[in-house]
Design a protein around this ligand. Sequence first.
Ligand SMILES: *[C@@H]1O[C@H](CO)[C@@H](O)[C@H](O)[C@H]1NC(C)=O
Ligand SMILES: *[C@@H]1O[C@H](CO)[C@@H](O)[C@H](O)[C@H]1NC(C)=O
Length: 188
Amino acid sequence: MCVIVHSLFAIFAFATCGGYSGQLRVSVDCMEKASSNLSIGIDFAYPFKLHQVSFEAPACEAMRRERVFLIGDYSSSAEFFVTIAVFAFLYSLMATIVYIFFLNKYHENSRAPLIDFVVTVVFSFMWLVSSSAWAKALSDVKLATDPDEVQLLIPACKSQTNKCGSVHGPRWSGLNTSVVGLQDVCPR
Ligand SMILES: *[C@@H]1O[C@H](CO)[C@@H](O)[C@H](O)[C@H]1NC(C)=O
Ligand SMILES: *[C@@H]1O[C@H](CO)[C@@H](O)[C@H](O)[C@H]1NC(C)=O
């Protein structure tokens, strides 16, 4: 039952990618201690429009703070991936219902297996394209949200006298499975 396997992966894919939210945390330890912030949390989520994600970092000058933006917009790959997964899920669900409840009609209608075959081939192809685009985008998102990289965006961290550090990076456990799951293309 290839369709059932497919729909399980599809549910998994849009649930893990479409529902993702993560947080990283960095510290900025200014020479002038009073203006330091040792725990700056930065939240981001699907669809990974990182260029719209910003946070306030101390400027390490008086008590001034500066707004810093992350870099990159990965929404097209992420949304494409989730859209294909949603449609693949709906199609698999429909196909499963047809197989189970209308098996006779399916075999009587000589065109049904052909249409099913063509649609499945198209989905498998879209699946492959969207999952490889998403796998590439995900590795870029990982880099762009790596606390060690994010520190480099903070102007105060460019000065040797201030110490910046990473407190923790985002958790990726859910998203890893979204990529692994989609590499499966069911043979028919
Ligand atoms: C540090 O930054 C966080 C935002 O991530 C903010 O909520 C907090 O008030 C800041 N702390 C200080 C001491 O400015
Ligand atoms: C997720 O994948 C990355 C490599 O892409 C790996 O380094 C990391 O350990 C994985 N995390 C989990 C929780 O599987």
